[in-house]
Design a protein around this ligand. Structure first.
Ligand code: SF4
Length: 902
């Protein structure tokens, strides 16, 4: 283990489910710096762009620092008493199912454990669900159907050991960048390793793919069901494994046999040749890992997709072996921890089942509670419907922003607004959800809180505090325990530290566990404060001496230091009653959701440098430069058909609502489909809340919403004037279309107006809030060109550029002007001229956030002879820090080579 600076604190990244280790340091001047933990088994020192920029996100601007009741500051006692008494009263008057908690994969395991214990064990309802329902509920359901348990069989190392990695519905390069980098590095060492990408879009991940299958939306069920049939027809099955360790194979194969190659081609939009080549590669490659994430899970057929994939791995015996297995990667930092504590409406604690009387009774005895919830509660979509129709009368939302992230978000917002009592625990004073809360409870943020998280390979790591809690902010576990005590459950919620909660959670996992349950960390049941503080990352299971597990190799009693991965199921021993895995017979259905009015399919997702609803990444100037406004990707043929040009403002509509976003015309997008990211909220754009477009259609087994397949239409928003501005102060509402993003000296703003008869000077004055400063202006009314700059002494207060079409000024250059001194008139006039001087060539749109390198610089370097990512790195440093931009650099090199060849 590397000796780290004594001032560095080992903690864990709070973003995605890769769960990278981070070393954080606070300098004597208070400045925080972070780097990847070289000893963490998830990342071995790597961090992506989001992890690298964590230090930019911990400022206190916008923080909620005091409890509030109806918008006025209150004491903690007053707020906690009100929450406890109101929840108790609603339970007394209307029963336990009249209250609900909506929690989050951003909570730490200790927070999650107490929230679940309070609701299921003491309130007596299972109405606790989580934003993880939107993330990986279909993987949980698929695992449980096949394995009898929610077990991820493999480890990250398998992605490097595999000879074939199949990535299904997973833009790993942007959504799980460090895993992408691990695969890319393994592939560089072993060029014979193959990667297949199954995705309707040619995402940045395609740059490491030997084969890209641009599959029709939701075609995955047919692709993998057809693969099972093909494996059977081509004698590519592991008959011994099937016979010894599985059940239901005959029915599954019979159902699959209804699909021939022509049928698969019709359902997937792929050619029979492409399908045949993929099937043949899969069949002959023993060491195959199939990685899947939201493109599989966020579907009305998500659970069937998961089981169609697992069926193929069971049929070939490729599970739980080095370099072989199905692998679900989670979106959220602690989705797995939430699953372990049972923080979903249809689960119990410690991977036990709420429908199982024996399990309920065991948990009841452990918690020493007279009663326990006897049936599953409301899953996320059902929960907000119950809020809307009045069945749920008191709602507590913790660490999440459902007004933006839930499907049919307009209806969810209306439900929350109408709910008689809404409590929100959050770190921010103003989000689209917090603004509707009757009670706002200030929670501690990353860097201030202590606990554990579990990543996608079952590795439990500590998040440690390295900053004091600001103002009156308190940890979520403390808030939950205080409310529980005030509801009368003193003894069960007497915890004073997260270490005590973790020990209880560990004890429950090992309680009466003779190896019949997969999740067992009983080795930590007696962990004390010092042991908890020193806890190194470990992969579960971790057993008490004498404990029993099906994991291989069986871990030592406490396996907290080594990185030897454990795997499940190479020799069967599943967690079903007969210990055999269950094949699921699947009959693919093709759903047509488009209509003449809504002829396109909208796919929603994420971008490289933002996370969820931008409450953290939106604070970082570095992360906000890569993509600074909401957008929609559209294929050129569709763009022409619908009259939308590149960089136009587009109105995207569904029967649920409409958004205004920038159009990006690209052949990366499949014809007939649109793609738009889910990050923008009312805090960052005029009408960018994408989930106001999605519907509440869910998978029938998992309850996960189908966020990636929504019928939509697109049309050009007729703007008479376009604008771009930079301003020191955060601007307020401005135009028909606007989007704001942080930059180093302030904010950059994109604008579009339905009218052009605007007094631009007055508009600029209100935008910059700099009425008293010097103002320089250039107006060409005939051409519709206006440029106005306002100065506050020698500093630029703001600059506005107006044009009849998309404004051509360099965003990077304009943003930099906020940071510079403009002492001379020449410098000031240069801003009004709208361009850098010859000595300051335009860098173009940001590609490398770490070193602020733009596309124009990279293109010039390619023209000068840099034809590899490493050569670009040597020349410009781009791609040499976090590496998140390496796929884009590769794409720019390839595009310029094609151009040069033409
Ligand atoms: S891949 Fe990036 S976002 Fe995900 S945990 Fe690692 S550093 Fe954080």
């Amino acid at each position: 283990m590397e000796i780290v600076d004594a001032c560095e604190v080992r903690t864990t990244c709070p973003y995605c489910g890769v769960g990278c280790g981070v070393l954080a340091k606070v300098a004597t001047d208070g400045q925080v710096s972070v780097r990847g933990d070289p000893d963490h088994p998830a990342n071995f020192g790597r961090l992506c762009s989001k992890g690298s920029a964590l230090a930019e996100t911990i400022g206190l601007d916008g923080r909620l620092l005091r409890p509030q009741i109806h918008g006025r500051g209150s004491s903690w006692d007053e707020a906690l008493d009100l929450v406890a008494s109101t929840f108790s009263q609603v339970v007394t008057d209307h029963g336990p199912d009249a209250v609900a908690f909506y929690v989050s994969g951003q909570l730490l395991t200790e927070d999650y454990y107490l929230a679940n214990k309070l609701m299921k064990g003491f309130v007596g309802s299972a109405n606790i669900d989580t934003n993880s329902r939107l993330c990986m509920a279909s993987s949980v359901a698929g695992h449980r159907r096949a394995f009898g348990s929610d077990t991820v069989p493999g480890s990250y190392e398998d992605l490097e050991l595999a000879d074939l990695v199949v990535l299904v519905g997973s833009n790993l390069a942007w959504c799980h960048p460090v895993l992408y980098q691990r695969i890319a590095a393994a592939r560089e060492k072993r060029p014979e390793m193959k990667v297949v990408l199954v995705d309707p879009r040619r995402t940045m991940t395609s740059d490491i793919a030997d084969m890209h299958l641009a599959i029709a939306p939701d075609g995955d069920v047919a692709l993998f069901t057809g693969l099972l049939a093909w494996l059977g027809q081509h004698n590519a099955l592991d008959r011994a494994y099937i016979t010894a360790h599985t059940s239901g194979f005959g029915q599954a194969l019979f159902a699959a046999s209804a699909l021939d190659l022509a049928g698969v081609a019709a359902a997937t939009g792929l050619s029979e040749d492409e399908i045949g080549r993929f099937y043949s590669l899969f069949a002959r490659t023993e060491k195959t890992v199939t990685v899947y994430s939201q493109g599989v899970n966020q579907s009305s057929q998500g659970t069937d997709k998961v089981n169609a994939i697992i069926n193929c791995h069971l049929a070939t015996g490729r599970i739980g072996k080095p370099g072989a297995g199905p692998f679900s990667v989670t979106g959220q930092p602690n989705a797995m921890g939430g699953r372990e504590v049972g923080g979903m409406a249809n689960m119990l604690a410690a991977h036990m089942e709420i429908e199982n009387l024996e399990h309920r009774e065991r948990v009841r005895r452990f918690w020493k509670t007279p009663e326990i919830a006897g049936k599953p509660g409301l899953k996320a979509v059902e929960m907000f419907k119950a809020v809307a129709d009045g069945r749920v009368k008191a709602l507590w939302i913790m660490a999440t922003n459902p007004v933006d992230s839930m499907p049919d978000a307009g209806a969810v917002e209306a439900a929350i607004k109408a709910c008689p009592f809404v409590v929100v625990s959050d770190v921010l004073a103003e989000t689209d959800t917090v603004r509707h809360a009757h009670v706002r409870l200030p929670a501690t943020a990353w860097g201030e809180k202590d606990g554990t998280v579990t990543n996608s390979e079952r590795c439990i790591s500590r998040q440690r505090a390295f900053l004091p809690a600001p103002g009156e902010a308190r940890p979520d576990w403390w808030i939950i325990a205080e409310v529980a005590r005030r509801m009368g459950f003193d003894d069960a919620f007497a915890h004073e530290t997260p270490a005590e909660i973790f020990a209880e959670h560990a004890a429950l996992s090992g309680f009466e566990n003779d190896g019949a349950r997969d999740f067992d960390i009983g080795a930590y049941a007696d962990v004390d404060a010092d042991g908890y503080e020193a806890l190194a990352p470990f992969q579960w299971p971790a057993l008490q001496p004498g404990g029993s597990t099906q994991a291989e190799p069986p871990p030592d009693a406490v396996n907290s230091t080594g990185h030897q991965p454990t795997r499940f199921f190479a020799n069967g021993n599943f967690y079903t009653p007969d210990r055999k895995a269950r094949f699921i017979a699947i009959r693919p259905t093709v759903e047509t959701r488009t209509t003449p009015d809504f002829p396109l399919i909208l796919n929603t997702g994420r971008i490289r440098d933002h996370w969820h609803t931008m409450t953290r990444t939106g604070k970082s100037p570095r992360l906000s430069q890569h993509i600074a406004e909401p957008f929609v990707e559209i294929h050129p043929v569709d763009a022409q058909r619908h009259g939308v040009g590149d960089a136009d403002i587009a109105r995207v509509s569904t029967p649920r609502g409409e958004v205004l976003v920038r159009a990006l015309v690209t052949t990366r997008q499949l014809q007939g489909s649109l793609f738009a990211p889910m990050h923008w909220t009312d805090q960052f754009a005029a009408r960018g809340r994408l989930d106001t477009l999605t519907t509440s259609l869910t998978d029938p087994v998992s309850g996960q919403p189908a966020l990636k397949h929504v019928a939509a239409r697109i049309e050009k928003f007729t703007a008479r004037a376009f604008g771009f501005a930079v301003t020191r102060k955060r601007p307020v509402a401005m135009a028909d279309y606007w989007a704001v993003a942080r930059c180093r000296g302030g904010w950059r703003v994109e604008l579009a107006f339905a009218r052009d008869d605007v007094d631009w000077t007055a508009f600029a004055g209100s935008l910059f809030d700099a009425a008293d400063g010097e103002m320089l202006a250039y107006h060409d009314r005939e051409a519709g060109q206006h440029r106005i700059a306002a100065f506050d002494g020698e500093h630029l207060a703001g600059a506005l550029f107006i044009a009849p079409g998309p404004v051509a000024v360099s965003r990077g250059w304009a943003a930099e002007q906020l940071d510079e001194v403009h002492a001379s008139q020449r410098q000031r006039f240069r801003i009004v001229a709208g361009r850098a001087g010859a000595e300051r060539p335009d860098a173009g749109a940001t590609v490398c956030s770490c070193f602020n390198v733009g596309v124009t610089q990279i293109t010039a370097a390619v023209a000068a002879g840099c034809t590899s990512v490493d050569a670009i790195g040597a020349t410009l440093k781009a791609g040499t820090n976090c590496g998140s931009c390496r796929s884009e650099i590769r794409a720019i090199i390839a595009a310029n080579r094609v151009q040069a060849a033409e």
